[in-house]
Ligand binder design. Structure first.
Ligand code: MGD
Ligand code: MGD
Ligand code: MO
Length: 782
């Protein structure tokens, strides 16, 4: 394939610092935000960066933050307020027309607001009145299961624990969480296979690894602090391979912002040795090919397999049944290339597999994780230094929220513990996750929606349908820092309850409080903000939950909600009693500067699985799952274009048409649905309404970069959905693959297309058709 011009600067380095400073200025956050940067990820006294969940680098005595973190901080510490004056100026109907960038820049939510239908505006409400309304509405429900309580992973441990306790005391396990859209396949499959759904590696392991395989992950954009670790490992001779349909330019080279001399001298470190440019959705096929070769050639760790695992025979038999032709077709990678990667694995005494959303967000997401774990088990790579499974989490405390019990399918031991500690029954039936909760909302079964952070409707598939469903509820409550697109579709009662953010001081009658977080590698640390809250009228998440619980549960509740709201040590004492691994929590969190590491049984080769051994899993889907879908869709497309030369009537038909796999990705100018700007330096675009496509494919179609296209998809009920127009933009991406930015594409996806066990929506693989929009059509619609 033809080479395309690439981003030629190293990742991080000066462009990143300049971009970050611009962002602080853009947000009018230079004083507040600029100061707060120095407290990010610092030992006692600092706060845990509200960006991603990559662990803190313990060696840093100066600043431990990145472009991504600075932008998140700028967003949080901005001095503009979305206050009563702001809401008086804009009707909710008007705000519905604002995009993610405009809503994000409207300011920090700074006083409680309630929707007033007569004016179509949010108007101020007293905290006490807001709580009274919440209590009245929740008590009116026929069943607690008619309410849905969402959480997003920025919420720290103490509020997360209190929230799940409140929700369960109210009587439901309806606790959908952003994990359901993120690393759920990881949590489900690692729990089943290793007995714990968390990374088996620590940061130190990256210093010893000889091979790092990075599946479906783009750390330059999403976990920039990981680059330092990769660059260091690479320098020491560790091989690093990226498995990704996109050649992500941010991974080519790295300039370390933590080393001023390095920056000044313009030095940069190479990182990735090889990119396996896989077909979208082809990872399980690639891993199958590798496992097949390793097993057949007896390159596996038979002692480990015998002593520690179960299910090898079934997997081995399945691997033998898979033909190389299918493996090649499913992955888009040749047998020779697959074997060359398998050889590297065979030769490496210490291998780490890292992965991100390119692995999880597929119908076969559970299979993908299972195959990565199978590979590590075949090679005996769990429970030794310098090796293991490293799922890289997104939100800074998404892992901690789950540890604290925010889970719609709680295990029995958690429920038993809560019953023992709080001396009251807990609901036993599984609750709704994001997908089933959204479906229940749409079908009218959910009458009340409460969210502890996040942007549920916009982050989920079927965004518009969820937004419309929210208009039919009796109550929607948003505990949040920033205005977003889930808050603009009011039900009968709609309340915005603004909260203190991670960077701000929580001062109660008992003094300054701190909270805690858990990073992607099971480290628990303190987090304490140092800025004055944006307004006197906002409260901590903990206080808001305590107040809601007091109002809703009333005198029947013997739990000291208000005392916990004032003194987080009391919450931690309960956590110590109820959650495994948190014994003496208050003492241990104060003992060392950096907190403590949670016991991880699989690291010690203790397997808390059904069989008592580490478990091989046979994939559920054929390795040709995506390829077969595309072949079928191609046949359908050919017959429809033969019969009817104009597919949609309004859009010109392209000759040489075929179907594509669409994936959705993030830029460094967003944090999920919070859009900080339109730039993506690494992918060389300054707009978000783009469709990335390989230049050879653009030329083959006789199209040009800059052309407008519509993207069309048949959903699982054969309804057609369209997205666009998008602007064709060149990218070194696999043949048959196209990509666009999340979340603007979320109406293209439907709630019914998800993985079987984890229910994760297939945001990363959809079969689509493209139609170029003719100039005349564009002009007519302008
Ligand atoms: N700046 C910034 N940082 C963030 C976030 C953000 O929005 N902005 N979000 C945070 C959150 S919540 C999360 S979960 C993480 C996400 O971090 P990542 O997982 O790195 O994020 P994505 O951009 O969704 O996708 C990662 C990669 O998957 C690749 N990919 C797509 N399809 C496939 C496939 O079929 N196979 C393979 N192997 N690769 C594929 C894409 O090309 C892309 O490079 O980042 C966190 N950090
Ligand atoms: N197409 C597509 N869709 C995706 C993905 C994808 O890759 N492609 N990725 C999925 C993933 S990985 C994730 S994690 C989800 C993200 O889904 P969410 O976590 O629901 O979304 P965010 O955009 O992170 O939420 C932003 C909002 O959180 C609130 N907020 C910010 N900080 C705080 C705080 O400290 N406290 C409180 N209470 N509120 C706060 C603000 O109001 C802000 O508007 O999206 C998923 N959706
Ligand atoms: Mo995520």
């Amino acid at each position: 394939m033809r080479k395309i011009p690439i981003y030629s600067h190293p990742a991080a380095g000066w462009p990143a610092l300049i971009a970050s400073t611009h962002k602080l200025m853009d947000y009018k956050a230079l004083t507040r935000g600029g100061l707060s940067v120095f407290s990010s990820n610092q030992p006692n006294g600092g706060f845990d960066c509200p960006g991603c969940a990559w662990p803190d680098h313990k060696s840093h005595k100066t600043i431990d933050v990145c472009e991504n973190g600075i932008k998140v901080l700028a967003s949080e510490t901005m001095s503009t307020k979305a206050d009563a004056k702001f809401f008086a100026q804009h009707t909710v109907t008007e705000l519905q027309g604002w995009n993610g960038y405009e809503l994000e820049h409207s300011g920090r939510l700074s006083e409680p607001m309630a929707y007033d239908a007569a004016q179509d505006r949010y108007v101020p409400i007293a905290w006490a009145d807001a709580y009274a309304r919440i209590a009245e509405q929740l008590k009116q429900l026929d069943s607690p299961d008619e309410a849905l309580f969402y959480t997003s992973g920025r919420v720290t441990n103490e509020p997360a624990f209190l929230y799940q306790l409140f929700v369960r005391c109210f009587g439901t396990n309806n606790l959908p969480d952003c994990s359901n859209m993120c690393h759920e396949p990881t949590s489900v499959m690692l729990s089943r296979q290793l007995g714990i759904g968390k990374a088996t590696v620590k940061l130190e392991d990256f210093q010893q690894a000889k091979l790092i395989m990075m599946f479906g992950q783009n750390p330059a954009t999403n976990h920039p602090r990981m680059l330092e670790m990769l660059a260091h490992a690479h320098k020491q001779g560790c091989k690093i391979i990226s498995i990704n349909p996109m050649r992500e330019q941010g991974l080519a080279a790295f300039r370390n912002p933590q080393k001023p001399t390095h920056m000044a001298a313009g030095q940069s470190d190479a990182m990735v040795d090889n990119v396996i440019q896989i077909q979208i959705g082809g990872d399980a096929a690639l891993l199958t090919g590798m496992a097949k070769w390793l097993t057949k050639n007896n390159k596996i760790d038979t002692d480990f397999i015998k002593q520690h695992t179960s299910g090898f025979e079934a997997l081995d038999q399945w691997l033998r049944q898979q033909s190389w032709a299918d493996v090649e077709r499913g992955s888009g990678i040749s047998k020779d290339e697959i074997i060359s990667v398998a050889r590297l694995v065979a030769e490496s005494p210490q291998t780490i597999c890292t992965w991100g959303m390119g692995i999880t967000q597929h119908v076969q997401g559970d299979d993908n994780v299972a195959m990565i774990t199978n590979l590590l088990l075949l090679m005996g790579m769990i429970g030794i230094d310098g090796a293991g499974a490293s799922p890289v989490r997104g939100h800074s405390n998404v892992q901690g929220d789950r540890t604290m019990g925010v889970h719609e399918r709680p295990n029995q031991s958690l429920l038993d513990s809560l019953e023992r500690v709080f001396k009251r029954p807990m609901p036993q039936e599984d609750g709704h996750d994001v997908v089933s909760g959204a479906k229940a909302l749409i079908s009218g079964k959910i009458k009340a929606f409460v969210s502890m952070g996040g942007n549920y409707a916009v982050a989920a598939p079927d965004m518009s349908a969820i937004q419309q469903a929210l208009r039919q509820t009796q109550l929607n409550v948003f505990v949040a820092t920033k205005l977003n697109g889930t808050m603009l579709y009011p039900g009968t009662n709609n309340l915005i309850l603004p909260c203190i953010s991670r960077t701000e001081i929580i001062l109660t009658g008992q003094g300054k409080q701190f909270a805690t977080t858990e990073d992607s590698m099971c480290q628990i640390s303190r987090s304490q903000g140092n800025l004055k809250p944006i307004s006197d009228s906002i409260k901590s998440e903990v206080q808001i939950i305590a107040d809601m619980a007091t109002q809703v549960l009333g005198a029947e509740s013997a739990i000291p909600w208000q005392a916990m709201g004032e003194d987080f040590d009391i919450i931690r004492d309960y956590i110590a009693e109820a959650i495994d691994g948190f014994e003496n929590f208050n003492e241990r969190i104060r003992e060392t500067e950096r907190g403590f590491y949670l016991y991880h049984p699989a690291r010690h080769r203790v397997w808390n699985t059904d069989s008592g051994k580490a478990q091989f899993e046979v994939p559920k889907y054929p390795v040709t799952y995506v390829a077969a879908q595309m072949a079928q869709a191609n046949t359908q497309l050919q017959s429809s274009t033969d019969n009817n030369s104009n597919v949609t009537g309004t859009i010109s038909t392209a000759a040489k048409q075929k179907v594509w796999q669409l994936t959705s990705v993030r830029s460094h100018d967003q944090f999920n649905t919070m859009i900080f700007g339109y730039q993506d330096r690494y992918r060389q675009t300054d707009r978000r309404d783009v469709l990335f496509m390989h230049p050879d494919e653009i030329a083959r179609l006789g199209w040009q970069k800059g052309d407008s296209v519509m993207v069309m998809r048949q959903d699982s009920s054969n309804q057609s959905r369209t997205l666009g127009p998008l602007i064709i933009t060149e990218m070194d991406i696999a043949t048959n693959a196209v990509a666009t930015y999340y979340p603007e594409c979320n109406d293209l996806f439907d709630l019914d297309t998800h993985a079987p066990d984890s229910h994760i929506p297939a945001y990363k693989s959809s079969t689509v058709v493209l139609e170029r929009v003719s100039d005349s059509t564009l002009a007519a619609s302008a």
